[in-house]
Design a protein around this ligand. Structure first.
Ligand SMILES: *Cc1c(COP(=O)(O)O)cnc(C)c1O
Length: 383
């Protein structure tokens, strides 16, 4: 059997500028004397990201969760919001903090995104919006979701934490829906250490967001909205400017890693890569596989544990299902029998090591390891 890796291999490693570039940026901020509240770095990063993402109405935040929370608030939503159980806790917690009730909709077994064909049956008089997630960089069925929203006059919000820079049929991903949230957490492709943004369609909503993230303060004399403190500071924005310079190269490295994983894993029965290139440009955020226990011979949990013995730290992601959180269990839509595809996916997904600095050779070794683990354990169980 292959030797374990000498040093642990994790699923990601933050994209960082070199220490000298970071230090120069910090000096520049220090000399300016302004370290937060819409300073020079904040303005520059906003402009650069509006251009990069082709998102003309962009507002920066200190993290993606608060961006989403205030985005929902800015749209003035009420009652119920149809969403997916297969997501990171932040998606549904942003609903909780707005006093909105999630209505969980099952997912598509291929993309693992909300199943658009199941949304309509969940709409009631109390429904005000659809909150969908572009999971692992696979875009949702934006056409169908848009049609349903138009028919029932619902708002559409996309949690786009995984789709930085993604395009669908040549259109930037934030073209779809009323707003799209991006996360700039250290684990995301583009990061500002912690941070996030909202891209919105309406200029009025943008103005409202810029007030909401700064306590609703309009001017020194007037506070016009009940907001929060969710501003991105100058150090976050300045580091973001440096990281943005590295994003294109990171994407092309990840493209190579993805192709190599796909090539190697195609030989292993029972392993299916989830993240597929849809449309023109992927976000290259995660590389996630699904382990079919029947076909592979062993469960996802088994593979996760075995790889750990060889110093390869994969992650069960997303896990657990949001509909299984204690405070949602009494909801009709959260019942496991109503969410069969999501219940299956949550037991099968495994996020693999995936970041530009990961050598191509390591991908070969990891795939070889999976193959050997499968074969030798199968031989053992036959004895
Ligand atoms: C990372 C992530 C978030 C949260 O973003 P933060 O910037 O960490 O607050 C929300 N939704 C999804 C799907 C994520 O992956």
């Amino acid at each position: 059997m292959a030797n374990p890796f000498e040093k642990p291999i994790y699923i990601t490693s933050p994209l960082l500028p070199n220490a000298e570039d970071a230090a120069n940026k910090i000096s520049e901020i220090w000399e300016s004397g302004q370290i937060t509240n819409n300073g020079k770095q904040h303005k520059e990063l906003t402009e650069q990201l509006e251009a990069y993402l082709q998102a003309p109405h962009l507002s920066l935040f200190n993290n993606g969760t608060l961006a989403l929370l205030l985005g929902l608030k800015a749209l003035g939503l009420t009652g119920e919001v149809i969403t997916t159980p297969f997501t990171f806790p932040a998606t549904v917690q942003a609903l909780d903090w707005n006093g909105l009730t999630p209505v969980f909709c099952d997912i598509d077994p291929i993309t693992l995104n909300i199943d658009a064909s199941k949304i309509e049956a969940l709409i009631t008089e109390r429904t005000s919006a659809i909150l969908a997630v572009h999971v692992f960089g696979n875009p949702c069925d934006v056409e169908q979701i848009g049609k349903i929203a138009e028919k029932y006059k619902l708002k559409v919000i996309y949690d786009g934490a995984h789709v930085f820079g993604a395009k669908l049929n040549g259109r930037p991903i934030s073209d779809f829906g009323d707003m799209t949230m991006f996360s700039f957490h250290a684990t995301k492709l583009f990061n500002t250490i912690e941070g996030g943004a909202l891209s919105v369609k309406s200029e009025d909503v943008l103005k409202k967001l810029n007030l909401l993230k700064n306590f609703g303060i309009l001017n020194p004399e007037e506070v016009v909205l009940s907001g929060l403190n969710a501003k991105m500071n100058e150090v976050q924005a300045g580091i973001g400017i440096e990281v943005l310079k590295l994003v294109e190269e990171e994407r092309s490295k990840r493209h190579q890693l993805m192709k190599l994983y796909e090539h190697n894993l195609a030989e292993i029965p029972g392993i299916r890569p989830i993240t597929v290139l849809e449309g023109e440009e992927s976000s290259y955020q995660y590389f996630v596989i699904e382990v079919d226990e029947q076909e592979f011979g062993f469960s996802r949990d088994w593979l996760h544990r075995e790889l750990e013995k060889y110093n390869v730290y994969t992650r069960k992601y997303f896990y657990p299902l949001c509909s299984d959180f204690e405070w949602y269990r009494q909801l009709e839509s959260a019942k496991p029998e109503n969410l069969p595809k999501a219940q299956k996916a949550v037991k099968e997904v495994l996020s693999m090591p995936y970041y530009g600095k990961l050598p191509l050779e390591a991908v070969n070794q990891i795939c070889q390891l999976i193959k050997e683990l499968q074969q030798s354990s199968k031989a053992l169980t036959r004895i």
